[in-house]
Design a protein around this ligand. Structure first.
Ligand SMILES: CC(C)(COP(=O)(O)OP(=O)(O)OC[C@H]1O[C@@H](n2cnc3c(N)ncnc32)[C@H](O)[C@@H]1OP(=O)(O)O)[C@@H](O)C(=O)NCCC(=O)NCCS
Length: 157
């Protein structure tokens, strides 16, 4: 049983490395959703134009998020919180850290795509100032469309 008596100050956010990914490996699908698999994450971590972070609570990884960096633009590739820890502010902490990274790197715009049915993620992005700028029909394997969202600098939560 998870102890969800934690506050924001108990969560530490740091860069994600290959060692972290090995720790996550067996947990990825069962505890975090089948959004990203190990091989894709590994190639992202090894690529020079990505930036990944993890959230830890008592040394356990409870969330991660990643950006792809293209010139002065960034794309949010994923932001995922461990199922049993959701809706307790960890996604917001990860988003704040992504914003701070983008500010440090002088990124001028952050883009993302989100499944039209993913209400929680859409809420999170809107809360952080992202605006809908487009829609791609039948974008996902199940026929769902993708909402395209964008946020310009500066990236203050
Ligand atoms: C989207 C996700 C990362 C949010 O993380 P989280 O830790 O639950 O988010 P927070 O607790 O910080 O909530 C931030 C905001 O997200 C939205 N949100 C998150 N969970 C929600 C829920 N169950 N119901 C409604 N809104 C929700 C709200 O706008 C919330 O702000 P509020 O507290 O003012 O209502 C998490 O739900 C998740 O991991 N989902 C699966 C992965 C995913 O879909 N990622 C996005 C695409 S890669």
């Amino acid at each position: 049983m998870c102890n969800l008596n934690f506050s924001n100050s108990d969560i530490s956010i740091s860069d994600m490395n290959l060692e972290d990914l090995e720790i996550l490996k067996d947990d990825l699908i069962t505890s975090f959703d089948d959004f990203w698999n190990y091989d894709i994450l590994k190639s992202e971590l090894l690529s020079g134009n990505s930036k990944y972070i993890i959230a830890k609570l008592n040394d356990n990884i409870v969330g991660f998020a990643g950006l792809k960096l293209i010139l002065d633009e960034a794309e949010i590739m994923n932001i995922v919180v461990k199922k049993s820890f959701r809706y307790h502010g960890i996604g917001s902490l990860l988003m704040q850290k992504l914003f701070s990274i983008c500010n440090d790197l002088n990124i001028s715009v952050i883009n993302l795509e989100v499944n039209e049915c993913n209400v929680y993620a859409i809420n999170l992005y809107k809360k952080f100032g992202f605006k809908v700028v487009g829609f791609r029909k039948n974008y996902y394997n199940n026929g769902n469309g993708a909402i395209l969202m964008k946020r310009g600098r500066s990236f203050n939560p």
